[in-house]
Design a protein around this ligand. Structure first.
Ligand SMILES: C[S@@+](CC[C@H](N)C(=O)[O-])C[C@H]1O[C@@H](n2cnc3c(N)ncnc32)[C@H](O)[C@@H]1O
Length: 314
């Protein structure tokens, strides 16, 4: 798998929502076993059927392909990538030389519409594999500023997709965002087939989230309510995901941010048994006090004055 972004641990954690036995191979590269609907992943670019790995040089890649069996029929193309520009390998030379190996084996080359694409990914290790899936890179089409309803602080769609996936987004799941704001996370969860429900305390946000969700999804529910007193039955959701207010928004209706997030964490635990919670600080202690176990945390720098802390809670 070729990973996207520059936070491999986070990309691996997202990939685990769709694949088993995910392991980082080198910066930007991971291996996995069973893969289900990988096209929904945000931080994975390509998934290939692995032929093998080698040192990141053209000669080693050629030797690897020479030694491998090619149980394929039809036309071929070769695509080489210097993942994150780490190796400085001459990708055109790689494509030419690996292409020659395939031509010598009797394959016909079709660069426009090949039946099989051999992908050569170069990082601290090189990996060769047959392309299986390229994930759609259409997140920029859903930038918050291009949605019908926009508010500053809306979540970037690529991050929103990854958070939704980690929280368990899938066609079999019902997911809650109890502080849904403009609905950015719910849009991404809904686009992978999840049954999505949003809550927000502000009428303006509820109306705006409905407008955004209606633009992308056929079915959803958004209600005005309080994340610390949710109008849902115990265990009513497969997962929850929310982006808590940040320090600068901290006085929400006169309640301190600490008690708001602490109470919301407790209440969310009543309705779901897994959650992904984002904040501008570590909420580990509050999560544990609310009865959660912090399975993992990712500290993701957004810009100089904002780091998002992503807590995966079970
Ligand atoms: C950081 S914003 C969420 C942004 C959202 N992820 C997006 O992409 O637009 C936090 C939201 O929590 C809401 N909020 C604050 N206190 C709340 C409460 N007690 N119950 C429900 N929502 C609340 C705010 O109205 C705000 O929309």
């Amino acid at each position: 798998m070729e990973l996207a972004g520059d936070d491999d641990d986070f990309a691996v954690r997202e990939a685990e929502s769709r694949c088993s036995a995910v392991e980082l191979l080198a910066p930007g590269l991971a291996t996995a076993r069973g893969v289900v609907r990988p096209e929904t992943l945000a931080y994975t670019r390509r998934i290939c059927r692995l032929l093998g790995t080698c040192d990141p040089s053209v000669d080693d890649a050629v030797a690897l392909l020479d030694a491998a069996s090619t149980d394929r029929t039809g036309t071929v193309a070769v695509r080489a990538r210097d993942v994150r520009g780490l190796t400085g390998v001459d990708t055109q030379a790689v494509e030419r030389r690996l292409g020659s190996v395939l031509v010598d084996r009797g394959f016909e080359v079709d660069l426009d519409d090949p039946d099989n694409t051999l992908v050569a990914l170069f990082s601290e290790t090189a990996a060769l594999g047959w392309l299986e899936t390229e994930t759609p890179r259409d997140f920029t089409a859903r930038q918050p500023t291009d949605k019908p309803f926009f508010q500053p602080g809306s979540m970037d769609p690529m991050d929103a997709r990854a958070l939704a996936n980690i929280a368990g987004a899938s066609p079999d799941a019902r997911l809650l965002d109890p502080m849904c704001g403009t609905g950015g996370i719910l849009v991404e969860a809904g686009l992978v087939g999840t049954d999505v429900v949003g809550v927000d305390a502000q009428r303006k946000m509820v109306e705006g989230a409905r407008e955004n969700l209606a633009h992308y999804l056929d079915s959803f529910a958004v209600v005005r309510g309080d994340a610390t007193r949710l109008p849902f039955a115990d265990g009513g959701f497969d997962g929850a995901v929310f982006d808590a207010p940040y320090g600068r928004q901290s006085k929400v209706e006169g309640v301190s941010l600490e008690s708001l997030v602490g109470d919301a964490l407790r209440e969310v635990r009543r309705v779901a048994d897994r959650a992904v919670v984002v904040g501008d600080r570590s909420w580990n202690d509050a999560a544990e006090a609310a009865g959660w176990t912090v399975e993992s945390r990712f500290d993701r720098r957004v810009h100089r004055s904002l780091t998002r802390y992503v807590h995966v809670l079970v």
